[in-house]
Design a protein around this ligand. Structure first.
Ligand SMILES: NC(=O)c1ccc[n+]([C@@H]2O[C@H](COP(=O)([O-])OP(=O)(O)OC[C@H]3O[C@@H](n4cnc5c(N)ncnc54)[C@H](OP(=O)(O)O)[C@@H]3O)[C@@H](O)[C@H]2O)c1
Length: 289
């Protein structure tokens, strides 16, 4: 299989690229800026993308790029609309015209977070700009590809990444520094290792699956605070004593960007189709040593 990953320097994209290479697929990865391994391609630059496709001839394009910061999307809704909706949609339309399969990574933020454990059949009801643009992108990409695109909803992704910005790194850094870390005891969802997302994505492509899937870890109701405690458990296993002072935040700041509170995803559909023993949040890879 020939796979082009847009956003291959990011958390999800870098794991997907690595897993595809390990499986022997031909790969090409892009990011905003070029590196030794990746080609430069702005998401909105369809001409550059088309010339990369002419050169590489992908069978599948996976879009793991976007404006993923919910507060930023609230402050810059036009940018969110472009980068989370219009540009991925244009790429999906191009792929459909070329007969190339398309994968769009979406988010549990399409739901309102009122009850959690959402299934693929539940109706999206986003509460913020990021969620609204992801939900609209899902609908329009599905329509543009005649339902053939894979729409993969993710939540609370963690794992090894060059920028070291995900929650596992935040807790690890605060622990090493012996700092205080304020963590919500209210917001909940499934911590999901990026490597498991990559395994499922490749498996879905191999099985010619289409449509919407929830790719998430096994604990849809885990609070942020409980997740931090599991990360500390994993750090202890690597010989790091607990030095961080976790401070539980039981309230929701009414002035902050609205976020779904219980945004956990039900994973019965993917676990029935392609069972996977997901990596637990305390099972930290060696790079956290
Ligand atoms: N992480 C999560 O917890 C989570 C949860 C739900 C859904 N998702 C979805 O999963 C996808 C991947 O998320 P992630 O966490 O892996 O993101 P990430 O770590 O922030 O990586 C984003 C990637 O996209 C690239 N990119 C960003 N803006 C771009 C643009 N305008 N043009 C071209 N490339 C651009 C970045 O390149 P540079 O490095 O060059 O900036 C980077 O490679 C997103 O669609 C996100 O909505 C993630």
């Amino acid at each position: 299989m020939r796979l082009l990953v847009i956003g291959a320097s990011g958390l999800v994209g870098s794991h997907l690229l690595a897993a595809a290479r390990q499986a022997g697929w031909a790969t090409l990865g892009t990011a905003r800026t070029a590196s030794a391994e990746l080609r430069a391609c702005e998401l909105g630059d369809l001409a550059t993308f088309a010339s990369l496709c002419a050169e590489f001839r992908p069978e599948v394009v996976a879009c793991a790029a976007g404006f993923t910061w919910a507060d930023g999307c609230e402050a810059e809704p036009e940018r969110s609309r472009r980068e989370n909706l219009e540009h991925p949609l244009a790429v999906a339309q191009f792929c459909a015209q070329q007969g190339v399969r398309f994968v769009y990574y979406s988010s549990a933020y399409v739901f309102d977070g009122a009850r959690g454990n959402y299934a693929e059949t539940d109706v999206p009801q986003p509460v913020n700009v990021y969620g609204r643009h992801k939900a609209e992108a899902e609908r329009r990409i599905a329509a543009a590809t005649g339902g053939d695109a894979l729409i993969l909803r993710l939540i609370h992704v963690w794992g090894e990444e060059a920028k070291g910005k995900n929650f596992a790194y935040q807790v690890s850094r605060a622990n090493r520094a012996g700092e205080e870390l304020r963590v919500s005891s209210v917001y909940s969802g499934n911590p999901t290792w990026a490597g498991d997302i990559a395994t499922w994505t490749l498996g879905l492509l191999q099985r010619e699956a289409r449509g919407c899937w929830h790719l998430a870890g096994e604990r849809p109701q885990l609070t942020r605070l409980a997740w931090a405690q599991e990360i500390l458990q994993g750090l202890r296993r690597w010989g790091h004593p607990e030095q961080v002072r976790l401070v539980a935040q039981a309230s929701i700041d009414p002035a902050a960007t609205p976020r779904p509170v219980a945004s956990g995803l039900d994973t019965s559909k993917i676990q029935t189709f392609m069972p996977l023993a997901c990596r637990a949040p305390h099972d930290l890879p060696a790079s956290f040593r």
